[in-house]
Design a protein around this ligand. Sequence first.
Ligand SMILES: [Zn+2]
Length: 553
Amino acid sequence: MKIPRRRALMGLGTAAMLPLAAGAQNASQPKAAGAKPIRIAVMHFAHETVTFLPYDTTTDDFIYEGSPARGEALLSSQPTGYIGGFVKVAREYANVELVGIESPLGSKKGSGSGWITKEAFQHFLDKMITDLKAQGRFDGAYLALHGAMGVRDVAKPEAEIARRVREVIGPKAFMVGTFDPHGNEDADFLRYSNLAFCIKYYPHYDGYLQGERAARTLVRCIRGDYKPVSATRKPPILTPSVLQWTGASPWMDIVQRALTWEAREPDAYVNFFYGFAFADSVDAGMCFQVMTNGNPELANHIADDMAGAAWRQRDDLLNHTKVYRHKEGVRLAKEALQKGSVPFVLADHSDRSGAATWLLQEIIEQKLSGTLIGTIADEQAINTLRKKGVKVGDAFDMEIGGRIDVSAGKPVRVVGKVHTVSGGLSRRSGGSQLWVSVKFGDGNVVVISPYLSQIIQPRSFLDLGIDPDTFKGFAIKSRVHFRRGFYDSGYAKTVLLVEPDDPFVGTVRLEALNYQHLPVKKLYPYAKNITFQVKGPGKLSEYPGRDGTDGGG
Ligand SMILES: [Zn+2]
């Protein structure tokens, strides 16, 4: 079987490869005495850009109290995320120095904003590069990225970041990136970086774990114990995020397949990028990356196997999840209320600005009761309320939400009483924003926030002074992340995914979006008569891996 040999990366051949796992104990053992000192630069630049939103993401959106961050502030910026895991494991090794390079943290608008301006991208990347140069020589670099950053006139921003960093650290240093599975990736990032580690689950449970693996494998590379080779496959499949829940088949099966490869082959790592359809980039869509320790045949074999498995299940990947229109969703929520199948969750998966009022409108129209609606993003309303010096118990009569674009719908008049005034979610802003909730109708409360907010845990409402247990149902803006707190926890009894009648920005009907860069007509399910050739599953005799261990049971 002919195997395309991956171009040797930055002078790294495969000739010197070690037998799998040999030397591991002495080369990179944590706290090994006398280990050669190594320096690793840590950087962060991440955004999931919804390029169909009508307003750009600018320099200002990344500048706020605490961002940009550098030094220890950057290293401690994600205690339970990628960087937290990376720092924890890197510091378990002897003589490893981590240097936090000045980096922007997440946008204050979350993912609820459009194209990043070229000026903003260059501004922060230039600052990172300047600081990187100023900090001296490095043996390794860690980039905490997302993968679906959309920058005007920059086709593949993450690959561009890696290219610039490689120019500074030189061909002999090693580089690793961590990614979100909603990244739109291909092989380009790995032209400049040696390694990439991507979250496997949606909801994204394993950021910390991938950070840990990134640190361990990077240190092993630097100490000569891991010779990274990779293979990339891009099956032409484009899916909207709401369908990608990995808690159910067939998405679960593909994750499981990746985990099985990692379990049976020491030192093999499998990245499964689901892709992000709402960033209009040339490389949007599904992708697999496989890394092995100096074994390109194995990397290619696994990559073929993964891509083949996804391709065989392409129909099911798109069609197993039911998404209702708002009218039907609210009707079903009322039914759940009557049957006592509560609490229910109505998740408007399609609202990408946070300002959408379709569901609120429908709740008012159908007189749904006992429902906590969180949130309607409306910066203007929040500013008005701030000027007024809003207080708990004030009478409230205002139009909220909408306005941003057609996808947000019309502002909706809410008449009621101010229920709570708070600083917002502590996990996002440290509770420094102004959030207001209003009681109206038959036991309903609507939360107004300045920006898009995805409520993923019922207990998040406690930050706002609202007890979630006093409600029969929730109307939130989330696709899959809410399952963490509302479903995987066993909290909600009924889950209803909803979207508006018209196919707006966040729709599952991707054919309605005006793609300029992504060749959507070449991707399943929008292509006619599409074929995709992969080698897998192949003959057993051609399988290049090791023999497994036998056992009883
Ligand atoms: Zn994601």
